[in-house]
Design a protein around this ligand. Structure first.
Ligand code: ADP
Ligand code: MG
Length: 332
């Protein structure tokens, strides 16, 4: 055991307390934190548990693991239209953790706390029986009653996604199989882009206010575009029609599309995008798109909401296509 490894309470004082500048954290010296919501706001709560070798590679940079654990939660808040306020951190540390690793993990959290204006409120730290697990519960706020659910999509709405789809899944394929680069003829800069998109989600918090202003339904895309579209369709009791040629993709993914259509479709539905999928009434669509672009977070119309009962139809230049593995990522 490293002599530099502090015990449980010294660990909390040394590594986590500096992140807990919100007075409600009580400096991480009490049994629980106190959080006072602003009057007139609802709290929006979300949790994601990330496990080594399931959600990240255990030799990923500690800063990146920390950022991913926080950002996947912030992505859920953004999708609901909420602004992040604080978070609770559950750490299950593997038996071989080091002070240096934890210091870097906390540096990753500190950087994202500044970037996304959010503070650590509390948590728990235990010894893991297995590999590292990080569990974050994020707390956001939104004007009372303003949360945008998956269930509000109406026939006639337009379907939008933010950013680009499929990059993270392609990045993961590179991590799992180096031959993927060569098979798809990817240049270093393209590979770098895809790897980065897998490693570091970009929570679309710049869109949160526009989602709450314009959207009838919203969710983040984490399990795969088609799988998550189906979740929205079922929740809303409608059908969604997606035009595949409209789905926004990066130059790297276009290259994959040109060479290997099946791989391209697998990437489109691979998950880990952390983009926002939202249904916007036609009357607000133009304004939503313009304001999103002005906020530095472009959105693209990819389809429409029609009468139905939870189906998703994908078309290519108008012709219906059946995609393999439309169900997306599932743990069980
Ligand atoms: P208890 O045993 O009463 O549940 P702990 O001894 O586990 O409390 O934790 C003491 C304090 O340290 C609490 O304020 C808790 O929120 C904080 N804490 C423990 N682990 C973490 C962590 N991983 N991140 C943030 N705060 C933590
Ligand atoms: Mg206690």
């Amino acid at each position: 055991m490293s002599k530099d490894r502090p015990g449980e309470f010294e660990l909390i004082r040394r590594f986590f307390a500096p992140l807990a500048s919100d007075p409600g954290s009580l400096g991480l010296t009490d049994d629980a934190a106190v959080f006072t919501p602003e009057p007139g706001y609802d709290l929006v709560l979300t949790k994601d548990v990330l496990a080594a070798d399931v959600h990240f590679f255990k030799d990923d940079a500690p800063e990146a693991i920390a950022a991913k654990a926080l950002r996947v939660n912030l992505s859920d808040l953004a999708a609901k239209g909420a602004r992040p306020r604080g978070y609770l951190l559950g750490m299950s540390l593997p038996s071989d953790w080091t002070a240096d690793w934890l210091e870097r993990f906390c540096a990753g959290l500190a950087a994202d706390q500044s970037a996304f204006d959010v503070r650590l409120l509390g948590g728990d730290t235990i010894r893991s029986g297995n590999g590292l697990q990080v569990s974050i519960t994020a707390i956001g706020q939104i004007t009372a009653g303003g949360t945008v659910r998956r269930s509000g999509a109406q026939p006639g709405d337009l379907l939008f996604v933010s950013g680009t789809i499929g990059d993270a899944a392609a990045g993961l394929k590179i991590r799992l199989d180096n031959g993927f680069l060569h098979e798809n003829n990817l240049a270093d800069v393209e590979a770098g882009h895809l790897l980065d998109r897998y490693l570091l989600p970009r929570p679309r918090l710049a869109l949160a206010g526009l989602v709450s202003k314009y959207a009838s339904a919203s969710m983040d895309v984490s399990d795969g575009l088609f799988a998550d579209s189906a979740h929205m369709a079922v929740a809303s009791g409608v059908d969604l029609e997606i035009e595949l040629t409209s789905v926004p993709v990066s130059p790297a993914l276009k290259k994959i599309r040109a060479g290997a259509r099946d791989t391209y479709f697998a990437c489109l539905n691979g998950g880990d995008d952390y983009e926002i999928l939202t249904a916007i009434p036609a009357s607000g669509a133009q304004a939503f798109q313009a304001e999103a672009a002005a906020a530095g977070c472009p959105v693209t119309a990819i389809g429409t909401v029609v009468d139905g009962s939870g189906g998703v139809t994908c078309r290519e230049n108008g012709t219906a296509v059946t995609l393999q593995g439309q169900k997306g990522f599932r743990h069980f």
